[in-house]
Design a protein around this ligand. Structure first.
Ligand code: ATR
Length: 274
């Protein structure tokens, strides 16, 4: 690093578990970009943004719990992030901070690698920020979306914004779906031996996408494979989303294969199998 090194980084709490620094730093090196991606464990977001505004920053990734609050402290929010109601990327441009959302496009790209979306029946489990990004992306691409959540009221609030169906998780047994997406943390390391739904509720022949990326193959995806479904691993959304962030910050095509290799190496070192 030197005086001209631009700073990028992850802003959230917790940030320890993240592998984004490995992907972004490898990409900066490969393209000879003088920038460094760091992890910032941040509680007071407003103070953090005020301080960093005056430094040589490229932008930030934003994660839990700041994706909605970040919108208050930026100079501009792009249309997609505004509609989704959450920012996962901040871009510094001409001394202004712009809020964007790459979760949505990252997830839609992962889905489109396995299925078309137009007129498909899609069920989203969970009703947090990730569910909002998915509900927006799927609706924009012509899918009929139903949001099912432990707290049905929260599902209702997203459903109203994006004109989707909604209900409690137990409604799943009555729905015929083509695409099932888990956005809850159920099955995430270290609780990897549980699934948000039992195996018998996974429709044979559907496409199942779990946004949980650690472990690589979640219990839900294991059940889905056994039921003959096509599966999409959460790591795909992470790689796509990070590649889009890199492109927003640098204006250059991201070295996606390199970023994929770097994060897969991390997963293998963490004891995950393919
Ligand atoms: P994110 O921003 O990643 O979407 P979030 O906003 O914390 O994360 O949302 C997590 C979602 O997972 C919520 O919809 C939550 O359900 P509630 O609205 O009832 O809280 C859901 N969730 C979390 N833990 C769960 C569990 N053990 N079983 C079922 N749903 C769970």
């Amino acid at each position: 690093m030197n005086k001209k090194t631009k700073i990028a980084g992850l802003v959230g709490n917790p940030v320890d578990h993240s592998w984004s620094h490995v992907m972004h730093n490898a990409a900066f090196d490969a393209l000879n970009i003088n920038a460094a991606y760091l992890k910032f464990k941040v509680d007071k977001l407003e103070e953090f943004i005020d301080y960093f505004r005056s430094l040589n920053i490229m932008g930030f990734s934003v994660t839990i719990p700041h994706k909605m609050e970040a919108m208050k402290y930026l100079d501009k929010i792009d249309n997609k992030a505004k509609k989704i109601g959450a920012v996962n990327t901040i871009v510094a441009r001409n001394n202004k901070l712009i809020g964007c959302n790459t979760d949505c496009d990252g997830a839609v790209k992962a889905l489109k690698s396995k299925t078309s979306l137009n007129r498909k029946n899609a069920v989203i489990l969970g009703a947090g920020g990730s569910a909002r990004a998915l509900a927006y992306g799927l609706s924009e691409n012509g899918a009929n979306v139903t949001i099912l959540n432990r707290t049905a009221e929260k599902a209702k609030s997203i459903a109203e914004d994006f004109e989707c169906g909604y209900g409690p998780l137990k409604d799943l047994k009555n729905i015929k779906y083509d695409i099932l997406i888990n956005t809850t943390p159920v099955g995430m390391h270290p609780n990897a031996d549980i699934s948000p739904i039992p195996k018998n509720l996974i429709n044979k022949g559907s496409v199942v996408f779990d946004i949980v990326f650690n472990p690589y193959k979640t219990k839900l995806l294991e059940f889905a494979e056994k039921n003959g479904c096509a599966t999409i691993h959460g790591i795909e959304m992470l790689i796509n989303g990070n590649a889009l962030q890199f492109e927003l910050w640098t204006g250059k095509n991201a070295p996606v294969q390199l970023m994929r290799k770097k994060v897969m190496d991390c997963m293998k070192n963490a004891g995950n199998k393919n």
